[in-house]
Each structure stands twice: as C-alpha cells, then as structure tokens.
Design a binder for this molecule. Sequence first.
Ligand SMILES: Cc1cc2nc3c(=O)[nH]c(=O)nc-3n(C[C@H](O)[C@H](O)[C@H](O)COP(=O)(O)OP(=O)(O)OC[C@H]3O[C@@H](n4cnc5c(N)ncnc54)[C@H](O)[C@@H]3O)c2cc1C
Length: 484
Amino acid sequence: MNLVWYRNDLRAHAHRALQEALLAEGPVMAVYFLCDAQWDNHGVAPLRRWYVLHSLLELGEQLAAKGIALHVLDAGDFSQVSVQLAELVRKHEIRQIFCTREYPLNERRRDEAVAKEMKQLGVTIRGFDDSVLVPPTTLRTGKGTPYTVFSAFKKRWDVWLEEHFSLPGLPDRQTPEPAEFVGKKQVDAAIGKLQVSASLTRIWEPGEQAAARQLEQFVSRHLAGYRQYRDYPSLTATSSLSAALSAGTLSPASCFHAARQAMADAGARDGAACWIGELAWRDFYRQIMAQYPRLSWGKAFRPETDLLEWDNDNDLFDAWCEGRTGYPLVDAAMRQLVATGWMHNRLRMVTAMFLSKHLWQDWRKGEDFFMRHLIDGDFAANNGGWQWSASTGTDAVPYFRVFNPVRQSQRFDAEGKFIAHWVPELKTLDNKTIHEPWKQPLLVPDYPAPIVPHAGVRERVTESFKGVKEAWDHLQDQVKGAEV
Ligand SMILES: Cc1cc2nc3c(=O)[nH]c(=O)nc-3n(C[C@H](O)[C@H](O)[C@H](O)COP(=O)(O)OP(=O)(O)OC[C@H]3O[C@@H](n4cnc5c(N)ncnc54)[C@H](O)[C@@H]3O)c2cc1C
C-alpha cells in the first residue's frame, strides 16, 4: 500500500506526491492529521480553519471518486503524529509514504520524528517541493549562502524555472472502484467545533474547484492589467488566491503555468510578468524561513533590531486593531481585515508600517493579530511582510522610509471609495477631506482625531534604529576583543 500524507496541499490535481504515489506499484490511500493544538499555538484564524476543513471535505470526495480513501485522524498535536502514523502503517501494510515537504520549524521537527519511526518500520518516505516553485535550498549566492536580497534571488529563480519547470499531472489509472471517504465524520466533527461567523464564511468558497475557477477568471479578466491596477484597493485587480495557495487547494505551479500561457498574448505579458514576480516573493520568503530557523523563534532577521525598545501601549494597539486611529486609510484597511479575513497587499504594508513606526508597537503583535484574522495566514509570507514593513527583515524597506498614511491614501484611494465603504462615518466627505477629516472636525463628530501626529515619526524611528545599530556594533567589537 502507498500512502499520500496530506498537509497544506489540499488538492487532487497538479500534486506531485499524489502523482508519484499513483505511478508506484500497489494501491493508494491518503491521510490527513487534525492538529488543533498547532492551530491554537499559532493563533490560526477560525476562518482559515474553516477554509481548510471545508477544503478537506471536498478533497475527500474527489479522492474517493478516484478510488483513494482519505483517512482523517485527530492527532491533537504534532507530537502524536508519528505514533498514529505508525499504527496506520502497520494496519494497512504501507510501504511508501508520499508527501509535500513543509519548511517551518515545528513541521520539520514533526517530520524528523516521523522519519525516525518510519525507518524502523522499513517504510520509505518520498518528499516533494510542491508548495514552492523552486525548492528552498536550491538557489545559492556565489558564496554558497542563501539569497537575502530579492532582486538577485529573482534573477536566478527565473533562470532555474526556465530550465526545470514542469507541471505535475495525474496518471490515468484503470477505472478504479470508488472508495469511501472514511475520514468524513472526523472532519464534520471538527467543523462542528468551529466558531466562525456566517458573515465571514459567506464571502469565501473553499476547495480546489473554486480555486481553479478563481484562477481562470483572474487570468482572463485581470492579469493583463495587474501591474497597472494592483495597488488600488477599491478595484478588483489582484487574484485573492492567497488562501488557496497557502492551504494548497491551488499549487504555485498551476499559477505559474497559467500566467506563462497568458503571456502568449502580448497585451497580457507585462501584467503576467508582474504577477509571476509576486509568486517569486512567495518563494523568497519561504526559502528565508527554511534557512533561518531563528525566524520561527520570533526573532528579527536583522539581529540588531531585536534591541529596539518598543512601546507597549495597549490603548494604541487596540485602536489600531479596531480601526480607530483617526487615519482613514489605516482604519478602513483594519476594518476590511476584521470583516472579511483578508486585506489588500498595499494596505498590509501601510497598516504594518503604521503600527510599527507611527505607534512604535512591536511588529510581532501585529503579525499575531494578522494571523488571528487572515484566511490566508501563512507564517513565511506574514513574517516576511511584517519584517519588511518594520525594517527588521531581509531586504526590508530602509528604516528611514516611513509611509505617510495621508499620502498613501491620496495616491491609492484618490476618490476615497475604499475609505467610504469601510469607514461609513466618512462617506459624506468630499474626495479631498476624506483623507484628512480632522481638517473639518464638525462634519465628522463620530470619527476620532489622529491618534498620533505623522510629523516627527521619521526622525524618532531613524534615531532609534541608529541607536541600536551603534549598540550592536559595539557589542560585536567587544565579542571580537574577547576572542583575541
Ligand atoms: C504585513 C504583511 C503581511 C502579509 N501576510 C501574508 C499572509 O499571511 N499570507 C499571504 O499569503 N500573504 C501575506 N502577505 C503578502 C500579500 O499581501 C498577500 O499575499 C496578498 O495581498 C494576497 O492577495 P492576492 O492573493 O490577491 O495576491 P496577488 O497580488 O494576486 O498575488 C498572487 C500571490 O502571490 C503571493 N504573494 C503576493 N504578494 C506577496 C508577498 N509580498 N509576499 C509573499 N507572497 C506574496 C500570494 O500567494 C498571492 O496570492 C503579507 C504582506 C504584508 C505586507
């Protein structure tokens, strides 16, 4: 018996592990382990859990139709996975396990424990790097180190894909007898325990089929204009495929393939190239996470920035969370996040930088809040985005660059449509005042004044970052001196 072990790759198509399992000799079954404790420890949003569990329901049916029984076991925590897997292996005489590799620290530890156990049982494990386009340790600088600058990474990434890219397909098997979706009860029970509001779930459609349709629609309607319109949050111009990509109901290979095919049309070439660039960012942060485990311990990529002394002001933090900062674009974005479980990329940068630089709150608090709400909550991308915005990360925005939330608003929501939708208190304002309502306070008695002034933020941030850089250099000198 061959076993496909499903994790964050909840699809039946373009799935290398499934493809290889079907090509191997012998029947195929599949398993998924429910690990609530992992979700709890990482603050995974109820909406994301809902998305995963409902996608699992669809996957179970799809696999059953292909003659593959999906078992769902409630492991509770990663520590129980190897024990339960060993039982399954013995019971079904499994000889080979096929899975998609995962790179976060806990997942790697889980897999190491499993590998040990399986070795004893004589079971072979075959892992595939299907959750990325380029496996995370493949590309190295001339010095043999991981790439930490995106532009240099992207150049090599393009070349590698040109030579190696292939889209996994499903081998045709003799018409199998449909199997039973044996894990359905467990998934239903897990769904029954979830508490997530219908106002959130009605916006989203889980599962592989919905993701495939969404990709098709995005490519045909919006890909050509992606570069031009992607920064405007009031437009539908980006794919909204992040939830599908992070739960694996869609593979990055399918996205890359679709974008490359679209490039045959000269009009779509520029938009497609730009969108492929975002898939490269996704890979970039994944290879950083895989190669710098300290990120998984909550550390900053730039060690000197861990010396920064953040303010710990719950009132400021709560105002940010609740969209009451008095800066309309920031507030609109935060309300969008809480109401939909998703936020536009430009606004993720604006709100993250506002929390870390204007409010001088530890970026880790914001990272956690995002995880607790995002349907696409994904450690590598979320951590990468937060550390980019807070200037503590790899290839991050320079610390002296501070987005002016009013200018961002005037530039990317010029007519104030996005703001008017999410901050209805401001919807009667004209498209000039809506960006700076404090200039007409009598018109908006229910809307707060700016919680902190923009003036002076850049200077304070610059001074703090310079201070820790000097302190860090001094520490390094002392260490070197002690070594001599
Ligand atoms: C502070 C912050 C936090 C973020 N947290 C997450 C997160 O938890 N999960 C997540 O998937 N993305 C995260 N991002 C990246 C990005 O904002 C989202 O991927 C994007 O907004 C999703 O919308 P979309 O699917 O329409 O993207 P599109 O513009 O259509 O892009 C296509 C795909 O490329 C990937 N992608 C796009 N931009 C980035 C990026 N900057 N970094 C990594 N991958 C990217 C995503 O998988 C996305 O679905 C974060 C960015 C910032 C600045």
